[in-house]
Design a binder for this molecule. Sequence first.
Ligand code: ADP
Ligand code: MG
Length: 730
Amino acid sequence: MSTNLRFQVVEEAFKKKAIEVNVPNERPSEYFGKYVFNREKMYKYLPVDVYAKLVDVIDNGARLDRSIADAVAAGMKKWAMENGVTHYTHWFQPLTEGTAEKHDAFVEHDGKGGMVEKFSGKLLVQQEPDASSFPNGGIRNTFEARGYSAWDPTSPVFIMDDTLCIPTIFISYTGEALDYKAPLLRALRAIDAAATDVCHLFYPEVKKVQTNLGWEQEYFLVDESLYSARPDLVLTGRTLMGHESAKNQQMDDHYFGTIPDRVQAFMKDLEIQALELAIPCKTRHNEVAPNQFELAPIYEECNLAVDHNMLLMSLMKKIARKHGFRVLLHEKPFDGVNGSGKHNNWSLSADNGKLLHSPGKTPEENLRFVTFIVETLMGVYKHNGLLKASIMSATNAHRLGANEAPPAIISSFLGKQLTDVLNHIEKSDKDELFNLKGKQGMELDLPQIPQLIIDNTDRNRTSPFAFTGNRFEFRAIGSEANCASAMIALNTAVAESLNDFKKRVDTLILRGEPKISAIIDVLRDDIKTCKPIRFDGNGYSEEWVKEAKKRGLDTERSCPVIFERYLDAESIKMFEDMNVMNKKELEARNEVKWETYVKTVQIEARVMGDLSMNHIIPVATHYQSQLAKNVACLRNIFDADKAKRLSARNMNIIEEIAERAEKIEKFVEELVNARKVANKIDDIHNRAIAYHDNVEPKMELIRHEIDCLEMIVEDELWTLPKYRELLFIR
Ligand code: ADP
Ligand code: MG
């Protein structure tokens, strides 16, 4: 066996076989939601009146009556204990990506020297996690208040291992959101109110509009042995170096190809456990890059879908380990192959069963359809910079604009049919749009919108926000991100534009204009206004960047600068008007964003420096000495001329290694200095910009030298698993 650790781990990885998966005897429809306190269990474990009150809270947003909390907690405890549960936790979503939980046992002293299992309504409803170490952007210092978590009854509690998990929001005592869920719920409330109001123009009976989210999660799997031999993967989630493999995704042979056995076993295990937690997994397939896969459930109500995505990401990590893998959720773990995103399929549906972004059968319904499309575009247009900020992160920045993912400019693709409809409404004069004959004396003459629009063959993969028949697909979200961030911005923006639309229509109606005519008037204005956001061309082209700039769209590429959009006057106004977040919250959250950005780049820069100095340069110089020895030998054996000729190749490599090593050392020194300078900057916003402008670029330079060294240093000596090994699971 080779003494090279790399060869050993590769051998180990290639020998691994798929592990046996415990497949339940029941059908998926039978074990679906087994570990979730869903309605069926509520009905079984709660007194009838308590059940009714709780359902009213969940369905109609009724206030939670504290008097039922004890009964609910007792029912939950009974169910949980029957499933072997010993602990409970408030499960929340702090501003770091991921979830947080602190487990407490049910047991308490019984006062007689023994223990008793207890779980009261008070513990269910509210908890004070010792959360001083969660990022809060100074909110808690400012307000000198602690944070607490509060139960979100609209997302059901569930069991993970031996723990009852209670989805909660996380807020400060003065009411500022310290998490993603609190503002998400506020945004969903805002769009519900705004969309319901607009619905009344078409359907007076509507009481509630729900936001739907169907996410598609992309991810990479890497064998655990190989992973552990790559300190950069372990510490930063991505490879900071590594020459491209001769074969990667050129053959397109991975996409929709056969799934390797070990991966198949992992997916099966993951799906079973996800279904038991009521995550409605539907689709799985290979993605474009080798070792890249995707999982998509059926869409659900947005808040629940976000929770399910968070839960799925933790499940993935756990189950991957069981199968000897590590899951990489980083947006760009490998250079030169596709990165991972998380498409967010988004739509609105009213409680009369209408999908509001879907065309209908009558002209009136089609007007409703056009209304929701146009007002969505208005929101996206008006806040395109903010929407980009909502999906931006230090890690997603590596993926966007990389000719494989949406560009770093938000635009919307509508397809030919819908574009024709909007153009028709914009260009025809009003008489053309109406026939003065219908029942109400006026009939709308919209061009037929064929059901065919549902057929989504008309796709544009380069568009960050594409209409796909009955929904929009927001494609710019990062694979690692909490979907809530994008959903907060999008729903608030569209809520604002719907409110604004309704106000203008109402004004015209008050002036005596017929309803349909008023709607059309406002829509025609808006179709013109938001035109710059519509783009069906190639989003990867250089011309688009120029054109987008001309159109006034946000084309900024620097991540820390993009975050500034949250603090633009129109963003603050929007969030405050819609009661989603106030200025203080936005400022605090931006501080967290900049801080996270700095930390991410800082860690990468340190790992880069370490690996350069104690892995790469030593290995390269070791090889160089071997070559030098060989040259010396040749000189001993042959005459000077012949020795010179025969050692020419080695001499070149010796020189190249020396030069590249010298450059690496120089760049690492510059990298360290750039960091030192940046660290002295007090203002976190400016520090983040310094990290972006001065630290990041140095890493690129170092990487280039290292990747070139990888190609000339003897394979046997190279210590870090190479791309060709990391990327191909047998
Ligand atoms: P793709 O072809 O983009 O991979 P899929 O058929 O896999 O699309 O669906 C992607 C996601 O979109 C799924 O989660 C699906 O349930 C969801 N979806 C379908 N219709 C809607 C809708 N009207 N609103 C929101 N999500 C939807
Ligand atoms: Mg899709």
